[in-house]
Design a protein around this ligand. Structure first.
Ligand code: BEZ
Ligand code: FE
Length: 287
């Protein structure tokens, strides 16, 4: 609404324009576009639900507690992004790949950089718990050719459903983690355990939100992989245990049909289980 002097004060009807008109001339164009859209959607949301003062107060308290929960080991905002489906959506927008290339899924908060480089065939399970499993397969390109010198960074929870970093005083450092580098044949093989399903950390505001919404915090059993090689797009993904009961209701929406792996009985005298999976990389110049 313009006054006699032509000044536009804030009104409910023109709330978006009131805020977005304040943005300066020399602002980064991408920032300007992103913020204008954010304000548009945020105001539309408040109008859609006729947000009450009390509800907005609860939301601000929730976000405050989410920030306060964060420290060097706990990232509650990433968990919030994960359970709202935002992590998977942003990942999907940024990692569209041709059919046949291995799909990405959520990174999660438990990756640790610079895990020990191990030899093919090594065992990453250092705590002696769980059902032993051989993980094996190839890293190939879209033409089926082996990718040599590819790095496979792997991690999973232990048989009790916790990552080593969640139990630094209980589990050996680097338990169920390792980095493997392929040779000419593009093959990888390592021993570990058949992963188990586990709840994401639910003792904070995100857990309270899930419970208020009647949602469970569980993730289906999975092995994490980051597969990278010069000249190829890096794949951040998991393989899922194909008969897990939580596959259809993963708390963070990370499941994709192409990422299932059957766990079949291992060869006699070796491991209890065997999980085979080939990773197909897309050339970095293809997207
Ligand atoms: C994980 O798979 O490690 C994970 C992913 C999202 C939230 C919490 C954990
Ligand atoms: Fe995980």
């Amino acid at each position: 609404m313009s006054t006699a002097k032509g000044i536009d004060y804030f009104t409910e009807a023109a709330s978006v324009e009131s805020v977005n008109a304040r943005v300066g001339e020399d602002v980064n164009p991408r920032l300007s576009k992103v913020m204008a859209s954010l304000v548009r959607h945020l105001h539309a949301f408040a109008k859609d639900v006729e947000l009450t003062q009390e509800e907005w107060g609860v939301a601000i308290d929730f976000l405050t507690r989410t920030g306060q929960m964060c420290d060097g080991n706990r990232q509650e905002f990433i968990l919030l992004s994960d359970v709202l489906g935002m992590s998977m959506l942003v990942d999907a927008i940024n990692n569209r790949r041709p059919s046949g290339a291995t799909e990405n899924t959520v990174l999660g908060p438990f990756h640790v950089a610079n895990a020990p480089v191990r030899n093919m065939g090594d065992n990453i399970s250092l705590d002696g718990k769980g059902e032993s499993c051989l993980f094996e397969g190839r890293i190939i390109d879209l033409d089926g050719k082996p990718v040599s010198g590819a790095t496979l960074d792997v991690w999973c929870d232990n048989a009790d459903g916790y990552y080593d970093v969640q139990q630094p005083d209980i589990q050996p450092k680097w338990n169920n983690r390792g980095v493997f580098i392929t040779g000419e044949d593009g093959r990888y093989a390592f021993r570990g355990i058949r992963p188990v399903s586990y709840p994401i950390p639910d003792d904070g505001p995100v857990g309270q939100m899930l419970s208020a919404l009647g949602r469970h915090p569980n993730r289906p059993a999975h092995m994490h992989f980051i597969v990278s090689a010069d000249g190829y797009e890096t794949v951040v993904t998991h393989t899922f245990v194909a008969d897990d009961p939580w596959l259809t209701s993963d708390a963070v929406f990370g499941v994709k049909g192409s990422l299932m792996s059957d766990y079949v009985p291992g060869d006699a005298g070796d491991t209890q289980w065997k999980s085979s999976f080939d990773f197909v990389l897309n050339r970095a110049d293809q997207s």
